[in-house]
Design a protein around this ligand. Sequence first.
Ligand SMILES: [Zn+2]
Length: 582
Amino acid sequence: MASSQSSTETDWVSRFADDVIAESERRAPGKPVVVASGLSPSGPIHLGNLREVMTPHLVADEIRRRGHTVRHLISWDDYDRYRKVPNGVEGVDDSWQAHIGKPLTSVPAPAGSAYPNWAEHFKAAMTQALDELGVEYDGISQTEQYLAGTYREQVLHAMRHRADIDAVLDRYRTKKDGAAGAKGRKPQQKKVDEAELEAAEGSGAADEDDGSSGSAGYFPYKPYCGNCEKDLTVVTSYDDDTTELNYTCSACGFAETVRLNEFNRGKLVWKVDWPMRWAYEGVIFEPSGVDHSSPGSSFVVGGQIVREVFDGVQPIGPMYAFVGISGMAKMSSSKGGVPTPADALKIMEAPLLRWLYARRKPNQSFKIAFDQEIQRLYDEWDSLARKVADGTVLPADAAAHARAVGTAAGELPSTPRPLPYRTLASVADITAGAEEQTLRILSELDPSSPLTSLDEVRPRLDRAENWITTQVPAEARTVVRHEPDKELLGSLDEQGRESLRLLLEGLDSHWSLDGLTTLVYGVPKVLEGLAPDAKPTPELKVAQRSFFALLYRLLVGRDTGPRLPTLLLAVGADRVRTLLGA
Ligand SMILES: [Zn+2]
């Protein structure tokens, strides 16, 4: 078990763990610590929502490392109503409109799915990503809970206290503006993508979340219709003694009399459901999206309902800031236009993704890079690993690193030989994934310790290849020339020709990443009559830039490309000689 004692008091995870353990011992001495997340499988669960899971996960993991038992509940809010057909989901067309208002588990899965319904289809992708990320949790299907009558007592209790609930909600009905009311739904990353926001929120009015008052008064419970399965029902009467409930469906006209002490096909409205579950599960820690800090939001209202109605205590609930995405390629937006955790894990290893969440406090926003920035991010990550290895790392950085590379259960899979991502990406770019060529080039990077198998650089190599093929647009890809550019070669002056001659002359003796780096920077120095290790002057820098541009033109027909030493290795000495006119 990895110890993170040195990190105590130094990072946000440790500080929350201190608070959560203390609070759990105060509220439920000797019991497992309970932390929670909620996810709505209303469509592709996007990357921004991962913070809902990672924040409690990291805290739970720290608590486990300290030897405590923790339950991290992930509530799958799959008994929520289907609010809107998300755009751009494969296998889904307008006919899914007919299912709006049904529970997510009663909506058919997209065509071609291996899963029995809508919710299961979108849960599956998230579950797989969470496994890869090393997140240990207890998944709870709210469909299963409600249909099994698990919350029977809580439902009857809420109905008995409907006037109290109504009174709490009423404190905010006059205060809140329309916008705050419409935000009653559980954390959904807004701002990341307006289309997704709409998909997640639907046109849900405030009363969808806190229940509506009909002529028979306010009820915090809504049945799903016994005929059409939709939640467009209105409770017309309720008897506390017999629990007899009458409802009518405004969608199909169906009406029914049921007894709530044996009826399971319905649920508490969101603003009551959430605090009910805090009390039922004894949740000590559950963060939520930053929009929940407004008056009238479900977290604020829930804090009063859990205390005044369910005799419980609100969890420690930090608000987390939005997580943005930079540069998700249009070509990847076939699945609803927003990246999912699975999309991120295709281009980066799980420890790197964990690190992005671990190193930032929940109230700090950050971006996850799908564009060129991912290369710099990986450089930063590798530099951190070197500092950890040589002991120069700062304590908070060491803590974030430890939380990223493993959990209390052990280390996550890693790449045995983590060559720079940008190098792997360049090689993948040039070889288009040809394995033999890739192995040859990577072995030549450092001839003193050649690679024996591509497995040494996996899975990082696979991630870099995926990044190149799915995120880098065709016009930015590197295409090595097949034939020399005779026109350009013929137009060179004496100095241009001499620079190529010097480069070709030194190729064999410099055929490694370090050697070629020295060579390409050294040729312009020699031309200027300087020593190969001379300090660069402004004039020299200009000469180097134009020399590099010439090489790019001759090798790949553009003014820029992957770093030259990598490019030269990738192209291979023979082809370099051909293209440079030897
Ligand atoms: Zn109906």
